[in-house]
Design a protein around this ligand. Structure first.
Ligand code: PEP
Ligand code: MG
Length: 315
């Protein structure tokens, strides 16, 4: 069972304007978070921890990780900070770790699968996070979840690390970015403290189209009606279980996409700093009723072209 640990997420009413969604930052560094904060972000909705290692071109030990997480945690006091566990493998190549060569890395050892297979990587990573959490409002987000078993296994390891450090509990959330997780959202919602939809991978895996494919990436559009129906299902499951839900994939940072997500009842969106002003303008432009109505039409659409023209009416 999830711990129901309350998240210190400021509500939309904390800011002067009332938007149908609270806007957060996708930020990997204090500078990116600062820029997003200047644009009105209420917290960090996604810090991709792999970015630390990619920037260092090396593996970082517990101390170095802790230092980086602590800096972000301190800069986030009074806000919120969702740090995603190391998400490598697949398109996120990793030259310095000797990972197995695979014919199909997108379907292989990546995300949470890799973390569960490599305690030598996971344990210092979690220790660094729990240590940093005493300096600010850290939440932990698990990437590429495909089953409840993975979530429970990861939670158990988190709890062991936490007890060992005698650290306070932190909210533990699951990324929903694999179709299996979308279909299991109601089960995952029972065991996660929060859910976060990664529309980039959800689209790639639902449409079986490589998100970086030179020819197909353009068609790997999260507005595809099949993806929207998965997102709608996740939103309903989260609501039914009273589980906080946000979206941190690219769709959240597109004006028309953010409108669709709000129309589906999603109240928390995370994006990079530059996307905040256009998204805010789009969310101000129409009433919630209009957004709900448009989202209903998009859900009923037969084609991606139809959804695209609906979303391009305004954004
Ligand atoms: C996603 O898949 O939508 C996501 C936010 O994660 P990343 O882009 O890092 O895979
Ligand atoms: Mg992803």
């Amino acid at each position: 069972e999830r711990t129901n640990h309350p998240r210190s997420v400021p509500s939309a009413s904390d800011s002067a304007e009332v938007l149908p969604a609270t806007l957060f930052a996708n930020a990997d560094t204090p500078e990116q978070w600062q820029r997003a904060r200047e644009q009105g972000a209420c917290g960090v909705g996604l810090m991709r921890s792999e970015s630390l290692f990619l920037r260092a071109h090396d593996w970082l030990d517990e101390e170095a990780q802790c230092q980086a997480f602590r800096t972000m945690a301190k800069a986030s006091v009074g806000h919120s900070l969702v740090i995603r566990l190391l998400d490598i493998g697949g398109d996120k190549a990793w030259p310095t770790l000797s990972l197995p060569e695979e014919d199909n890395p997108a379907l292989g050892m990546r995300g949470v699968r890799l973390l569960l297979a490599r305690p030598d990587l996971l344990e210092p990573h979690l220790r660094a996070l729990y240590r940093a959490a005493s300096h600010g409002p850290v939440s932990i987000l698990i990437p590429m979840i495909t089953s409840v078993e993975e979530l429970l296994a990861l939670r158990e390891i988190c709890e062991a690390v936490r007890l060992d450090l005698q650290a306070p509990p932190v909210p533990i959330g699951a990324m929903i970015e694999v179709p299996a997780a979308a279909l299991l959202a109601d089960s995952l919602a029972k065991h996660a403290d929060f859910l976060s939809i990664g529309t980039n991978d959800l689209t790639q895996y639902a449409l079986a189209m490589d998100r970086q494919h030179p020819r197909f990436a353009m068609d790997a559009d999260a507005r595809h009606p099949a993806v929207l129906r998965l997102i709608d299902r996740i939103a309903q499951a989260a609501q039914a279980h009273d589980c906080p839900l946000s979206v941190c994939g690219a769709l959240a940072g597109q004006p028309g996409g953010a409108q669709l997500l709000c129309g589906l009842g999603i109240r928390s969106l995370s994006m990079v700093a530059a996307e905040l002003p256009p998204v805010r303008a789009a969310l101000r432009a129409d009433s919630v009723d209009t957004l709900v109505e448009r989202a209903k039409r998009a859900l009923a659409a037969d084609t991606l072209a139809a959804v695209r023209s609906l979303t391009e009416e305004t954004g």
